[in-house]
Design a protein. Structure first.
Lengths: 350, 308
């Protein structure tokens, strides 16, 4: 038990906290973060309140609340995608550059503890930023339209998204000797994670199968992006506008949220039901059970029956695990792989 | 305490270490001398279990550096040839951090940090930020860091590089104090004078090969085959040279700055008989002294073989 506790809470964490919070960079980063997020919230809020001055019924307020929430969670995720790689991409490589990493390797600290300590320290800062944003998100409840469980789910997705970016940053930092290269690679990975996976859905959308009994869902690769579940959580609507059918080219006319896409197979809005043909000559397929892509569960595919955010969190945790294992294998100065040791022992035997 | 057997390290096509072997008994100060790029740092990094050798074995206090790096790290303090300090930490916090990395309980860390700062003469700087310390003070702090877990063996890579003479003297005093405490110390350097006074043993390495190793005097004797005499005479210089050349113990005779320098084979008695031979030839000798062949000569001899 004690060993586990030592591995989880190690001197690196305490040292990182000290040196991080003693610079002016951290308070500045926090201030800028809050100003950006709060500024966006305030801008949306004031534009809404001016447009709602004439009349303001409950339904409208809920829509405003949803829109505000959606903007804030997506903006927060994008902000963190800029901040997190910067926090972690230098974690190991800067120790290498300062040549302090050898000094850590000669101590009794396992090399995994170095990784873990760095990760924990930078993720704590991200968590701090998330906590700081809570008051801004409480603004949403002035309007309503968003339940607490939606906020919690959105924060889980955001936190896990940041964690994934953080672990990938650490992995880049371990793989590249130079911080600059590691930073570039970490931002590249962040971009792929957030936008690249969505692009995949646009390029290779799930084809519409006229005989399917379930409504089509975007390809599983696109769930890697935290933006998709954040939109689902924020709108409480199924994904019908993305990653399905002939996709981008003709889907442009499909509108943003939940209007019919070509093929008309997705009835996310009840009024749209049964064969609204928008596509170019594609007849509306006739279903025995018209697929009801209602609610925010994934209607079909690998993660059928899951919530989008659950699929995203699972995929991201898997990516994080892989990146962590990759870093742990890469970091030690001398590798003690079981097979290598065996051959050496055999060779060394006199 | 330290045993190195046939250590070899190959980087691609370059052989950094070629079957290096030496031993350092407990309590000795071993000077590891060689020009830059000779393989000193590579050897020390292998001893600190930071680098895997291509071949050969190394033991620190009986622990194999390849099989049991954890045991090696327990027994060894390593000070690399750079400072390795973190910003934003005070000297005390710096030592406390490394003590924690060595799993020293919190209760003991405070005292250890205070004692070590006292030892290296930084007690009055304990709350100063590490990155504002001068080069010499940083070096001392790094020495203190290498000592936090009270290791039996200390590996110091170029501890005197970049230090002013005063800081060097202070560093030397600290090392002597550590020797009195019973620590085995390995110091690598390409600067010889400070090692001559400090070390009890020396190993000379060049281009990855061990040229000589053993107690300082042995190595000097081993490498400088002959001893040198400086002889001053009044006039009669040519006669003196001619007389010297007839003696069987004399190997070479040179004129250096108006004095005769002769290399001879033998001991003090031989030197006395050389003087007798000169006076017997009625040469008026005004000066006659043995030149001390130091580590520096031995080093230059050992490392110039391949060059010359």
């Amino acid at each position: 038990m004690n060993r586990v506790a030592m591995a989880l809470w190690n001197p690196i964490v305490a040292k990182e906290y000290r040196s991080r919070m003693r610079t002016w960079r951290s308070p500045v980063a926090m201030t800028v973060y809050i100003l950006l997020l709060g500024g966006l919230g305030w801008a949306i809020f004031s534009s809404m309140s001016s447009s709602a001055r004439s009349g303001f019924n409950g339904g409208q307020a809920a829509n405003y609340g949803q829109a505000l929430f959606l903007f804030l969670v997506i903006f927060q995720m994008v902000l963190l995608a800029f901040i997190t790689p910067a926090l972690t991409a230098g974690a190991i490589s800067s120790e290498r550059e300062r040549q302090t990493i050898d000094l850590l390797f000669v101590t009794k600290l396992p090399s995994f503890s170095i990784l873990w300590g760095k990760l924990l320290a930078s993720m704590s800062f991200v968590l701090l930023l998330l906590l700081l944003s809570v008051p801004i998100f409480s603004l949403v409840f002035l309007f309503g339209g968003i339940e607490l469980d939606q906020v919690v789910a959105a924060f889980i997705v955001t936190a896990v998204g940041a964690l994934t970016l953080g672990v990938i940053g650490i992995a880049c930092s371990t793989a590249f000797r130079r911080t600059l290269a590691a930073t570039v690679a970490a931002y590249g990975a962040a971009f792929i994670l957030l936008a690249g996976s969505l692009l995949y859905g646009l390029l290779f959308p799930t084809p519409i199968d006229p005989n399917a009994t379930n409504a089509p869902a975007p390809p599983a690769v696109s769930y890697v992006s935290p933006l998709l579940p954040l939109i689902t959580i924020g709108t409480s609507q199924p994904v019908t506008w993305y990653g399905i059918g002939s996709g981008f080219s003709s889907g442009g006319g499909g509108g943003m949220m939940c209007s019919g896409t070509p093929g008309g197979a997705q009835q996310c809005v009840p009024t749209n039901a049964n064969g609204v043909v928008v596509g170019k000559g594609i007849a509306s397929p006739i279903y025995r059970n018209p697929p009801q892509a209602t609610g925010t569960t994934i209607p079909s595919g690998l993660f059928a029956g899951w919530q989008y955010w659950q699929a995203t969190v699972t995929l991201q945790l898997l990516i994080s695990l892989a990146a962590l294992v990759f870093s742990a294998v890469l970091i030690p100065p001398t590798r003690h792989l079981p097979w290598a040791r065996r051959t050496r022992a055999a060779g060394g035997a006199r | 305490m330290i045993r190195v057997q046939g250590l070899t390290k190959v980087y691609g096509s370059r052989t950094a270490l070629d079957a290096v072997s030496f031993e350092v008994p407990k309590g000795e100060i071993f000077g590891f001398v060689g020009p830059n790029g000779a393989g000193k740092t590579t050897t020390l990094r292998i001893l600190a279990a930071l680098l895997e050798p291509t071949g050969g074995r190394a033991f620190v206090d009986g622990a194999d550096v390849i099989q049991h790096p954890d045991l090696v790290h327990d027994r060894l303090g390593y000070m690399p040839d750079f400072f390795g300090v973190y910003d934003q930490l005070t000297a005390t916090e710096y030592l406390d951090f490394y003590a924690a990395c060595y799993r020293i309980p919190r209760a003991r860390r405070k005292k250890i940090a205070a004692d070590l700062l006292e030892l290296v003469g930084l007690a009055d700087r304990r709350d100063q930020s590490v990155d504002t310390l001068s080069r010499g003070l940083k070096q001392r702090l790094c020495l203190a860091r290498a000592l936090v877990h009270d290791p039996a063996v200390l590996l110091l890579d170029e501890p005197a590089s970049g230090l002013d003479p005063r800081a060097r003297v202070e560093m030397r005093e600290i090392l002597k104090e550590l020797q009195r405490m019973g620590k085995t110390i390995v110091i690598s350097s390409h600067i010889l004078p400070e090692l001559t006074e400090l070390c009890t043993m020396v190993g000379i390495i060049d281009q990855g090969r061990m040229r000589a190793t053993g107690p300082v005097q042995d190595v000097i004797r081993q490498l400088t085959s002959g001893r040198r005499l400086r002889i001053m005479v009044l006039g009669q210089r040519d006669e003196a040279v001619a007389t010297l050349k007839t003696l069987p113990s004399i190997r070479t005779v040179d004129m250096i700055n108006g004095a005769i320098e002769a290399e001879y084979e033998g001991d003090d008695a031989t030197a006395a008989s050389i003087l007798q031979a000169l006076t017997a030839a009625s040469i008026r000798v005004s000066g006659f002294s043995q030149l001390d062949g130091g580590l520096e000569d031995a080093f230059l001899k050992a490392t110039s073989e391949d060059v010359g």
